[in-house]
Design a protein around this ligand. Structure first.
Ligand code: GTP
Ligand code: ZN
Length: 347
């Protein structure tokens, strides 16, 4: 490809109604899609076969557990079709038109993405909505109290991160409040599973420096239930940001960017933070059932060891995961979370 001096590479920070703000070395440019790209997107989206997800699930349903594990572990962004919609976080090539505007000519392949079926999907047309592209970590925030943590819900968030192969950090905020010992036990369990667990307080500043260091040079999404202190944490990490960026109002769902999913904000220490528009969306995520057991990290060594290749680890004989549960190796609460998520029970 000829190196075109007028072409820049940038990252999409937000977008609505076909207009995107793109961060480039020349500053933020307000961009539109080039006609040719718009046409290619329209064709790709129109051609999407009906029931693609179901077909995919059926294809994988015939695989043995071992094949499934291999497939999931080998999976990378190349398995994803090239992007046919532009999302926040996408890297793009743009042609600069003048000092403040540009034309998006190409989307670069994604390294990662968080996406879900759009609420507007019908049985005839499945619409996949990418909430954020190219993020590398998710901070899942819960509180020690007010509201008390719901570990079943935490498991749900963790499986979503695992499914997207994104590393989750568990942040337990409001460490200054008096709390039950079960919460410390819970935190211990998750650190044994290999998760980074941090206790923070925006009141005493406990853990704030540690959290800030973890965000440096990364693209991070903050998520977690309402009232746990996400906005307060963002404000403690980057004073003034929540107010400056309207993070708070976005959480109410009244933010102007809710249609496109997210918005990215720069951190003064380096790195990017996504706003919390994805919070409710994350809870509505559906993990393909054949991938769910893999999303429980401690189940992985047993996948492929069950008597039946198509074992779903719920009531089959010779299930290696249930054996590990009986042996006290797999934690009962975690196993119960697996069953609840598998059977579609919300909590
Ligand atoms: N004691 C204590 N209270 C906190 C702490 N962090 C936040 N809060 C309080 O918890 C309440 C909720 O905080 P927010 O930052 O609005 O929580 P959020 O997670 O952004 O909530 P949503 O906007 O509903 O998603 C506020 O009253 C905060 O002052 C903390 O570390 N300790
Ligand atoms: Zn099994």
């Amino acid at each position: 490809m000829i190196n075109n001096p007028a072409q820049l590479t940038g990252m999409v920070l937000n977008g609505a109604h076909g207009i995107y703000d793109v961060h480039t070395d020349d500053g933020i440019l307000r961009c539109t899609l080039r006609g040719k790209l718009k046409k290619a997107f329209a064709e790709a989206n129109a051609a999407k076969p009906v029931g693609k997800t179901q077909q995919r699930n059926n294809k994988y349903a015939n695989q043995t557990s071992t094949e499934r594990v291999e497939r999931i572990e080998k999976r990378d962004s190349t398995e994803n079709a090239p992007p046919t919609r532009l999302s926040v976080g996408d890297y793009v090539k743009i042609r600069k038109l003048d000092e403040t505007t540009g034309l998006i000519e190409e989307i670069l392949p994604r390294k990662s993405e968080l996406s879900r079926m759009d609420a507007g999907s019908t049985s005839k047309k499945l619409i996949q909505q990418t909430l954020l592209a190219n993020l590398n970590q998710v901070v899942v925030v819960f509180a020690t109290a007010q509201p008390e943590p719901h570990f079943g819900l935490l498991d749900r968030y963790l499986t979503i991160c695992e499914s997207a192969q994104l590393s989750p950090i568990i942040c337990i905020n409001k460490a200054d409040l008096e709390h039950k010992s079960q919460i410390d036990d819970g935190a211990h369990l998750y650190s044994l599973l290999g998760y980074r667990v941090i206790f923070t307080s925006t009141q005493t500043e406990q853990g704030i420096d540690e959290l800030r260091d973890l965000l440096k040079e990364h693209t991070t999404l903050f998520t977690g239930p309402s009232g746990v202190g996400k906005s307060s944490l963002v404000n403690a990490i980057e004073p003034g940001m929540a107010i400056r960026t309207g993070l708070v109002s976005d959480v109410t769902g009244k933010g102007k960017h809710t249609t496109t999913g997210s918005q990215l904000y720069p951190l003064s220490i380096g790195g990017w933070l996504a706003d919390s528009a994805g919070i409710r969306a994350l809870a509505a995520w559906n993990i393909p059932p054949e991938e769910l057991a893999w999303c429980f990290v401690e189940f992985r060594p047993y996948l492929g060891e069950c008597l039946y290749g198509d074992c779903i680890h719920i009531d089959e004989d010779g299930c290696a995961i249930r054996q590990a549960l009986t042996d006290g190796i797999i934690n009962e609460h975690r196993y119960r979370s697996y069953v609840r998520i598998y059977t579609g029970e919300e909590r």
